[in-house]
Design a protein around this ligand. Structure first.
Ligand SMILES: *Cc1c(COP(=O)(O)O)cnc(C)c1O
Length: 236
């Protein structure tokens, strides 16, 4: 089995190849290492390989890791992205500890995050999560709801609206993956008419990063290809 370091090198090379293939600038796609369910030691290995941006899905687990790493010093600051569903009674620790939230899909959650963001921290970077597959079961806004929520969030004092995120329904063929990601890119382009500062499209995971990059992703969220398969048997 490859080490985490080897995996990171391989994923970065995959991103570079995909970026080059579609004529985008080198370095225009950021790698977010999704460390949910993985131990501190795995994150330390990624940091030793020169990687500093991490995604977490569970509030308590993420905050524990952030607090642990806050006591350490590295050549660059770590950045922490909350990418999981947020319940309204869990917004405070997210507002107090994370740098980014990718999963905003209700005004209530955004309002609480803005109110609870501590004054000594920079505004929280946020993305609206869009349901590109139209399935009832998935979280995320419908396309028709994006514009109104974007206007509300953009006016909140302690949040900075940066763009959109999606987790499309799993598809094994490139064309379906590309179509779903392109629909998110089109929504972003439309939104940029009112919000020209938007610069972030969070889309693409271990199984579909090529299609995501071709469709304009600026952050790919990669867990399994870096840290290996997740074991959920110990989680409630
Ligand atoms: C777990 C997760 C990922 C990483 O998925 P992999 O398939 O392991 O790369 C990306 N985004 C979100 C929102 C996740 O929950």
């Amino acid at each position: 089995m490859n080490s985490i370091k080897q995996n990171i090198v391989q994923v970065i090379s995959q991103i570079d190849t995909a970026t080059e293939k579609c004529g985008r600038n080198a370095g225009s796609v950021q790698l977010l290492a999704v460390s949910k369910t993985k131990p501190i030691a795995a994150i330390e290995e990624a940091i030793a390989a020169g990687h500093y941006a991490f995604g977490e899905n569970y509030v308590q687990e993420g905050v524990e890791k952030i607090q642990y790493f806050a006591q350490k010093t590295y050549p660059e600051p770590l950045t922490w992205h909350f990418i999981g569903p947020i319940q309204s009674n869990k917004t405070r620790p997210v507002a107090e500890h994370f740098d980014w939230v990718h999963s905003i899909d209700r005004a209530k959650i955004a309002r609480r995050l803005s109110e609870q963001r501590p004054a000594h921290l920079p505004p929280l970077n946020v993305l609206l999560q869009v349901n590109t597959s139209g399935e009832d079961s998935k979280s995320g806004l419908n396309f028709a709801e994006v514009e109104a929520l974007a206007a509300e969030v953009a006016a909140m004092p302690n949040l900075v609206l940066r763009g959109l995120m999606s987790i499309p329904e799993k598809a094994d063929d490139y064309d379906s993956q590309f179509a779903a990601f392109s629909s998110l890119r089109d929504a972003m382009t439309a939104l940029q008419a009112q919000h020209p500062q938007l610069d972030t499209l969070s889309m693409g995971m271990s199984g579909d990063l090529e299609a995501a990059v071709a469709a304009g992703s600026t952050i790919v969220r990669i867990g399994t290809a870096i840290f290996g398969a997740r074991d959920y048997t110990t989680k409630a």
